[in-house]
Ligand binder design. Sequence first.
Ligand SMILES: NC(=O)c1ccc[n+]([C@@H]2O[C@H](COP(=O)([O-])OP(=O)(O)OC[C@H]3O[C@@H](n4cnc5c(N)ncnc54)[C@H](OP(=O)(O)O)[C@@H]3O)[C@@H](O)[C@H]2O)c1
Length: 297
Amino acid sequence: MKIVILGAGGQLGQELLKNLNQEDEIKAYSRIELDLLNHSKVRNIISSERPEIVINAAAYTSVDKAEDNIDEAFKINSYAVENIAKCLKEFGGYLIHYSTDYVFDGKKEAKYLENDQTNPINIYGKSKLEGEKKIQNILTNFFIFRTSWVIGEYGKNFAKTILKLSKVKNNLNVVFDQVGVPTSTNLISKVTKNLINDLKNERPWAYGIYNIAPKGSTNWFEIAKKIISFCSQKDPSIILKSSNIKPILTKDYQAKAQRPMNSLLNTEKLQKLLQFELPNWENDLIEILNSLLKNKT
Ligand SMILES: NC(=O)c1ccc[n+]([C@@H]2O[C@H](COP(=O)([O-])OP(=O)(O)OC[C@H]3O[C@@H](n4cnc5c(N)ncnc54)[C@H](OP(=O)(O)O)[C@@H]3O)[C@@H](O)[C@H]2O)c1
């Protein structure tokens, strides 16, 4: 299949590029190669390449900075997405796009279903929701994967930050009252690959929104402890002890943007279609930690 990946330089974009089928004809564009704010260039590429699938892994993902850079967040997460959708409407092809648990306010007690009421509480969430809506208004043949707390081998993420800090700090305070699960770029890529294989084999999925997350429930404090207890056995440069990680409340951590207190996504809809069992969050995390340790990130 002919596939165009947009935002190929991000943590998910790089992982997709590594994991997708070699036999597919993949054209990958990082921001330097294709700035999605250049709408006519995006249109030219889609009209000349005529991909069967466009995967949009680009986004404005700095949740706190988005509070000040509202225009930039909306330009990338909404207007650029609208342009991609319009191009696909004109030239054909499926759109695979990624979104976030931050479209919800986090007030629900249970895990969020795909069709639960959205109500974002920060600019990033609002801009991502607007992007989702633009796609839904323009296209029928789209797949939006909502995911949470993304970690991976590439780019910036929580696991890499904790590992970096663990080499220079003896004590760390980490928020414990937001619930969710970390989701690896590896898992998101595997799900994306499963969908592409099913499209190829005419085992199509219903168009729409799907949640992707591993099984279970945890919080940032527990994840940080897990990272340190696992990695300190293998990396002697880690000086932070997991017992010196202390839980703090969200209200005591000064962040510009508000975060949902519940980021848990219900994945039953996705699991029914997948050819493999979603892992639990600890196994999903350990796979990433092993890669990070191997690459001494
Ligand atoms: N990270 C998370 O925790 C998280 C959680 C839930 C959902 N998601 C969603 O998952 C998807 C992948 O996110 P990620 O974690 O891989 O984010 P990421 O590492 O920040 O990657 C996003 C990529 O988009 C690129 N980009 C930004 N503006 C662009 C533009 N105008 N034109 C072209 N490329 C542009 C960025 O380039 P620069 O680096 O040069 O800016 C970056 O390479 C996104 O849809 C995101 O909203 C992420």
